[in-house]
Ligand binder design. Sequence first.
Ligand code: BES
Ligand code: MN
Ligand code: MN
Length: 459
Amino acid sequence: MTTPSLDAMLAAADAGFPATLDRLCAWLRIPSVSAQPKHAADCARAAEWLAAQLAACGFAAEVKPTRGHPCVLAHHPGTGREAPRLLYYGHYDVQPAEPFELWRSPPFEPTVDERQITARGAVDDKGQVMTWLEAFRLWHAAAGGPPVPVTVLVEGEEEVGSPNLEAFLAEHRLSLDADLVVISDTTAWDRETPAIRTRLRGLLYTEIAIRAANRDLHSGLFGGSALNPINLLARILGALHDARGRVQIPGFYEGLVMPPEEVRAQWASLAFDEEAFLRDVGLSIPAGEADFPALERLWARPTADINGIWGGYTGPGAKTVIAAEAFAKLSFRLVPGQEPERIVDGLKRFVADRCPADAKAEVRVLSSGTGCVIDDSGPVFAAARAALAAEYGRPPVIGREGGSIPVVSSFRTMLGLDLLLMGFGLPDDRIHSPNEKFELACLRHGIRSHLRLLHALAG
Ligand code: BES
Ligand code: MN
Ligand code: MN
């Protein structure tokens, strides 16, 4: 194969941009909300849509069942070199769009203006999957396919913690053979500056239940005598952090490694504007651990957050009740070195130590994933750096990421693959919130960056 002209492909990407937007809109119209059983058929449709697109780009593409929503698995042998073999991973599922009334236009009726595309999934992750899918389409048109062997794995359960993906990796490990995983599901640094991420935080998600009396009680008849499980739960949750924001669960920080001095100095030199970061969401005062600067709190420190709390009476008006049960969802962002099992043990002890004999506490683990460290020394990483620098006219920020992609550590531990996290979202894209958007300039940079990376790997 003679390598096609990069300039011609970049020009074709721009000329075809309106059609790219049409395709993305078609995908975004499918409400593939993985968390809600009523959308199971939509998830399957979103998978079928993507498999058909990959087939049109010359891939052998299949929709493969799992115990949950299906995966899209596709292969292209490549048209030039035999290495590196790339595995592109993404997710077609999206977060629930509720509350609907806060959307300026319906979440599954995408709107495009001169600046951005707005819809649930616009950037997380359908729009970002589109950045490499469109690059494959352009390579297919110019050269009959990508210059190196490519496997595609796009799942439908990332937003619910990828509960069935490890089994899928195990079952299909032979057809997932590759050298490196490429993922576009993270953010750039800002509109003008690209980023490559070298670590993600892990996520441990738990639910706590506290049960006391054998029924709900009159709070006048029993108040002052009977144990109130909501009072108790509030006391336990209130003890999670000390006054400086440190998590009080025994052993929580065990195994955690501080970033080396030169890394912390590099982060300081990025001059992250926490005030602007918070202003965008209507806040002004940094919270969290008082003893660490913003990027360290976001990238290198673990957290404990209560995500939901319920029990007793929450309807209109007053009801004088002492409930029999109280519940909370409690999750932890973990950094590499922390072991989820050990933290669960510590949490169980932390809760049990604060429960009198009349209270029965239960701690359930809903999902658990460790943080991951990415090797940034390989040739593909260097090629990605150069591709981004050429596309944006400035080098990428090499940083970490506060969010999580559950499967990423399994790619390392189960399949032994290196990773490249090259994403094009912006911190203010409102992912998981109403009015999620992807800016057209970011989508364009993404497509062109993937074109450039493949071109560099073509040799
Ligand atoms: N794409 C995000 C991860 C992410 C978040 C990257 C913020 C960059 C910035 C991913 O889809 C996501 O939302 N992950 C979940 C995982 C969870 C549901 C197991 C997360 O981080 O909460
Ligand atoms: Mn995502
Ligand atoms: Mn997400």
